[in-house]
Every structure is written in C-alpha cells, then in structure tokens.
Design a binder for this molecule. Structure first.
Ligand SMILES: Nc1ncnc2c1ncn2[C@@H]1O[C@H](COP(=O)(O)OP(=O)(O)OP(=O)(O)O)[C@@H](O)[C@H]1O
Length: 620
C-alpha cells in the first residue's frame, strides 16, 4: 500500500521520527513527526488496519484520492505506506490543530463573525473543488478544519473516514450506519433515496453554527435525540434575539444551507458568491486573532485528553459500561459514531416527546429574511419531516398506506447506494402504484431478517392483491422470478423483468413469489381461477381438519358451529342441486314412458295391419 510521493517523501517508517500525539480519531492517532531526510515537520496519521480490516482496497482508493486531489484548502497526503499492521498517512503538519481544538482551548463560545467567514470561505472553496471532482466529504465539521500557525486553513479527513468505516468495524451489521450525528444531513439519516454532495452543504451549515456558538446544535443531547430532532424539528439556525451580534447575511447563509430538502440547498459554488463572503479576510486575521497565545498543539491535546478522561470517569456510572465507549466518541466529536438501531429503539422507548427542547436554534426565522439567495434557496422551506421512532423498527423500508391509493415511504434506514432511487429487492417501487380501497393495512413492508410483504398492483380494472401461490419460480439461488413492471427508464424497451431475492422462509407463511403483469385483465383470469380453486380446496381441507380436531377433543366451539352451519348450507346447496336433477330425471322418465307408450301403440297398429294383410292373402 505504498504511493510514490510527488516530492521525495520517503515511504519507510525508519525515515520518520514520531513525536507527541496531536489528535485522535476512532481508528487513527495523529502524531507530530519529523521526516528525517527532508528535515521537515509533518503529521502522521496512523491507522490501525486490524480495526478496519474489511476493505483495504477502499482504504487504498481513498488514500490515493487524498494524494491526487490538489487544492490549497484541502489537506493533502504527501505519501502513505504500511508499517506492521498500521497504515501511515503523511500529511503537512497543521500546528494550530483543528478549529474544534482551538475553540475547546481558548474560544468556548465560538469565534467572531469575520473569523468565521474567513474559515468558512476556505472550507467552501475546498468543498467546491471536491464536489466538482465528484467527491463528497461526508464529515464536514470544526474538528476537520485544520489551521497552521500562519492562519492557513485546510479541510481534512476527506472521504477517508467515511469509506474506511462504511466497511470497517464500526459498520458491522446491517442495522448500523455511520456518520457524526449532529452534522449529519436528514437525508443521510433517512437513507430514503441515498444522498449526494448536498449532504456536505447541510454539514457546512451545522459547522457554521458550531463555529458561531462553540458547539454544534443538539450537541448536548444523546445521539438518539439528535436523530429525532434533526428529522422531526425545524432545522436549526441563528436566532434573531440570541445571535444579535451576527449579521443578517450570516443568518441567511446558514438558513440556506439548513434546508431539509437537499435539492433546495445551494451548491458550494453558488455559496461562494454569497454576500456573507464579501468581506472575507486574509489568513493574517486568523493568525492574529484566534491563534494568539495558544500553547503548542501537543500540550493542548494532552490537556484536553486529561479533561475528557476526568469527565468520562465521572460520567461512567451515568452512562453505564456498554454505552460508555460510544458516548465518549460522541462527546469527543469523533466521526462515525456507531448507531445500533436496536439500541436506538430501546432509547426511543424511554424518550418523552416533550422533554424540553428549548433551543432557540430551532426557531424558524427564515421567512423573515430577504435577499441573498431569494427564492432559489428555498428559505421558507421549513416543514419538519414527520419520521417517527417506529420507523426504526424496520431496517429497510417502512411504508404506510395513506388510503385512497397512495403509499408513502416513511423511512428507510438501510445503507444505501448514493444516488439510487428507492427500490425494494431490486424492484423499483416508484414504478408500482400500490393501493387498496378496501384494505388499509400496510401494503409494502420490509424487514432485513424476515421479509413479509404483499404488493398491491394496479390493474386495468381494479386492484389485485398478489400474495402467495401465484406462479412460483423459486430459483436455486433463493431468488424468485419474475416481477414485471412497466419500465421505460431502465435501458430496456417495453417491459422489464427484475428478480426479487427470496424472502426468509422462517417468516413467510408460504413460499411465495410475486408475479404479476400490469396489462390486460384477461391476462390475470387464469391466475384468479387458480386462486379461487386453491381457496376452495383449502377451505374444505380446513373444515375437515376442524371436524377431526373437534371429534378428538370433544369441543364444540364457535368454529365448529360455524363449520356445522357451513355444512348445513352445503347440504342445502346439494339437495337443491339434487332436486333439479331429480326433476330432470323424472321428466326424462316421463318422456321415455311416453315414447314406450307410443311404441306400444305403433306395435299394436302394426300387428293389426299385419293381421289384415294375412287375411287378404288367405282370401286370394
Ligand atoms: N495534519 C494534521 N496536523 C495537525 N493535527 C492534525 C492533522 N491531522 C489530524 N489532526 C488532528 O487529529 C484529529 C484526528 O484526525 P482525523 O480527523 O484525521 O482522524 P479520524 O480518525 O478520521 O477522526 P474523526 O473520527 O474525528 O474523523 C483531528 O481532529 C485533528 O485535531
């Protein structure tokens, strides 16, 4: 895993001398170091590959990206190489550390606006560059904005942690997803349709608030609460009263970024032209203000670590053993906090809805604002998304039948592919028009472990609920075919058929495949006949079984009464049929009798005629 450096940075650990620790992530520790042959101070991020053992290729790709991307506001990697079971990534040393560390050490209530504007402008330029090269940072936050002693600003950690831990130990189950909750965009939490670079714009807005207040909104709440608040509440923002010291343009830009609908957030490129950045200062402002009087990074880091250790020791009894590690990571602002949905469900069960969300940041002020981005920024778009804790019960998709032919997807928490449309087992659900006029039960539901679902498919003249027993073509690989939907955008003309992975037999009452054709009603008549037939047979069988059980147990239950009633009905039906047949038999008999009589008369006539003929012959 070695990448040749542009300059002559050696790729041998022996050529570096590690000094003190200056930062820590979940799987990485960052050291100040000396590159001996070049006599240059560098930072070395040491990643424990055993902790992120799953996808070395992804790490390799990300490091390569880190080396190839080249922008003054992005922390570039000089080179990388393995040392034992660790990966070393050599980067420029940013001696003042991260904005988070600077705030924690000397600016607990955040920075002044000119400093914030200067920092944010640098971050935005880095984001515009990343986005234009097809990258999403996914972890924009003050902890990843690094500053050197001259006030130069660089965005760090782009992509590496996200991809490392997407496949690494922190995402070890399907019910886990990663990210830093306070900075995470709602669409990343929901994972309905995947997410794109606009997720970075949300995180950028949260980072702006973090730099303004010294902490991210909701940071004092546990992760579960942060998720719920982000999804349910109006987006956070700067408050008119509390944030008087900040300009209108600052409030505007934050509001523009923190719009729940990602499509309505401006691009990084567009944000660069916002009037908030009209008076951006040079890096000297940073050097001459926030960096003044700061002790060396290593010392600050050590002190912060000690403080944190003290705090965690005190809080251990409060959080308990199991939650302790996650809570530590969370409080330290480390990325990729592990969201275990089972834990979340448990937490959700005890969280009251009204437990004191008093944050002024939640207030919707945007409608009072004008100028800046105007309509295109969607400043009045503040409707909270009503996603409930129940959504977590289902790790993929939960659907609700809103009646009248509409199904709304509520939440999908599965790890999803970026940019993908909502789909279920490879079937594009958006192409199905599900509905039921008589049944308002959930029409489509899913569960990773045991998927039971039924799909209502719109047919030409009504709705057919396709359930089990329709053409079952289970394949050897456990998938079933075929599900046909009208498709005009899948690169195929006309119909397109997709394969649905077979559901877990332990949860499905019957083997089943959904096979339906959206087309003429004639094409479903055989299927309807089949269902009818099968239904009648099952009914008979069930009644027979109930009778047997009834005989064995001697019980006379309501069911058996119903069976008896049913039997009586059946007998009535039978005798009615018999009567019809009987009458037919009688009428046939009568007709036979009549014919027999006619035959007898004819025979008599015939005999008479024969007798006369023979008499005549005798006379001759
Ligand atoms: N080049 C550098 N110069 C100085 N300090 C650095 C440098 N790189 C990282 N750090 C410090 O180390 C900390 C952790 O580094 P980094 O964010 O790269 O690790 P990580 O494991 O990805 O962490 P996280 O989980 O928070 O994203 C940073 O917050 C920063 O304070």
């Amino acid at each position: 895993m070695e990448f040749l450096p542009k300059k002559d940075f050696p790729v041998n650990p022996k050529d570096y001398k590690l000094y003190e620790e200056v930062g820590q992530g979940v799987s990485a520790t960052v050291y100040r170091a000396l590159c001996i042959p070049l006599n240059q101070t560098v930072a070395i991020k040491v990643l424990d590959l055993e902790k992120c053992r799953n996808d070395l290729d992804a790490i390799r790709r990300e490091v390569q990206t880190m080396i190839l991307l080249d922008h003054p506001n992005l922390l570039k990697a000089h080179c990388s190489f393995t040392a034992g079971s660790s990966l070393w990534i050599v980067t420029p040393y940013m001696a003042s550390g991260s904005c988070l560390h600077i705030m924690k050490s000397a600016h607990p209530d955040g920075f002044e606006q000119p400093v914030i504007a200067t920092l944010l402008y640098a971050v935005l330029k880095a984001l515009a560059y990343l986005h234009c090269h097809g990258h999403i940072h996914r972890d924009v936050k003050a902890g990843n904005i690094l500053v050197d002693t001259k006030g130069a600003v660089k965005l760090a950690d782009f992509g590496v942690s996200a991809s490392l831990f997407d496949t690494g130990h922190r995402q070890h189950t399907r019910k886990t997803f990663v990210g830093t909750p306070c900075w995470m965009a709602p669409e990343v939490m929901q994972q309905l349709h995947g997410y794109d670079f606009k997720a970075d714009i949300w995180s950028f807005g949260i980072t702006a608030l973090e730099l303004a207040h010294g902490h991210a909104p909701f940071s004092k709440y546990p992760p579960m609460k942060v998720l719920l608040m982000t999804l349910q509440n109006a987006p956070p923002g700067l408050d008119y009263e509390r944030d008087k010291k900040f300009s209108k343009s600052f409030k505007e830009i934050v509001a523009a970024c923190l719009v729940k609908d990602p499509k309505k957030r401006p691009t990084a490129e567009k944000l660069l032209n916002h009037r908030f950045f009209k008076h951006v200062h040079s890096k000297d402002l940073i050097a001459g203000s926030i960096l003044n009087g700061l002790s060396p990074l290593g010392d600050r880091f050590r002190m912060l670590k000690e403080k944190e250790a003290e705090f965690f020791a005190q809080s251990e009894s409060f959080y308990g053993d199991k939650d302790h590690l996650s809570q530590q990571e969370y409080i330290r602002g480390i990325s990729a906090w592990n969201f275990d949905l089972d834990d979340l469900k448990r937490q959700a069960a005890i969280i009251q809805d009204d437990d004191g969300i008093t944050i002024a940041e939640n207030q919707d002020w945007s409608c009072k604002q004008n100028g800046g981005f105007g309509k295109s920024a969607g400043l009045t778009e503040r409707d909270p998304i009503n996603v409930h804790v129940d959504s977590f019960n289902c790790s993929r998709s939960i659907w609700k039948d809103s009646g009248l032919g509409e199904i709304e997807e509520i939440a999908d928490l599965s790890p999803s592919v970026q940019g993908k449309k909502s789909s279920y087992f490879g079937v594009d659900l958006e192409r199905i028009v599900p509905s039921s006029k008589t049944d308002h039960s959930p029409s489509v539901s899913g569960d990773e472990e045991g998927r039971q679902f039924s799909i209502w498919i719109l047919l030409t003249e009504g709705f057919l609920k396709c359930s089990d027993h329709l053409e079952h073509h289970q394949k050897r690989d456990g998938s079933c075919s075929s599900y046909e939907t009208a498709s005009d955008d899948q690169g195929l003309q006309g119909r397109c058929s997709s394969t649905i992975p077979y559901s877990s037999p332990k949860d499905t009452p019957n083997d089943f495949t959904i096979s339906s054709v959206i087309g003429t009603s004639a094409s479903i008549i055989p299927a309807l006949h089949y269902i009818l037939q099968k239904n009648a047979m099952q009914k008979e069988e069930t009644m027979r079984l109930i009778e047997i059980v009834d005989q064995i147990t001697g019980n006379h239950t309501e069911i058996t009464e119903a069976v008896a009633r049913n039997k009586h009905l059946q007998m009535c039906t039978v005798s009615a049929r018999e009567r019809v047949l009987e009458s037919r038999v009688i009428s046939i008999r009568q007709r036979i009798d009549k014919l027999v009589e006619e035959l007898r008369i004819q025979k008599t006539k015939n005999a008479e005629l024969e007798r006369r003929l023979s008499a005549l012959a005798d006379k001759k």
